[in-house]
Design a protein. Structure first.
Length: 117
């Protein structure tokens, strides 16, 4: 499966963005999908994950209440809605797919989110 992340951009603090992770190839519904991010000079950080059917989600504690993951298997797309963005959310955001959470075999190329203060 090939993953294409999109939706990043330059926004101001307090703004919202919705990232998309579009899949091509094998049916997307067989994969759990996760979002990760990597800020300049920092290690990769887990953001959120969603189960194959979309009925189970889990997000990092420091982003709960602001970030929401969802999916539309009919469109082979997973979304990350990000609200109340902060400068510390600046990073390249990646989506990944695998049979279950923590077993991600496929990675997208990343989309850059820059939040100005």
């Amino acid at each position: 499966v090939q993953l294409q992340a999109s939706g990043g951009g330059l926004v101001q603090a307090g703004d919202s963005l919705r990232l998309s992770c579009a899949a091509s190839g094998r049916s997307f519904s067989v994969y759990a999908v996760g979002w990760f991010r990597q800020a300049p000079g920092k290690e990769q950080e887990f953001v959120a994950t969603i189960s194959r059917s979309g009925d189970s989600t889990y997000g990092a504690d420091n982003m709960k209440g602001r970030f929401t993951i969802s999916r539309d298997n009919a469109r082979n797309t997973v979304y990350l809605q990000m609200n109340d963005l902060k400068p510390e959310d600046t990073a390249v955001y990646y989506c990944a797919a695998g049979p279950v959470h923590r077993q991600y075999n496929y990675w997208g190329q990343g989309t850059l989110v820059t939040v100005s203060s």
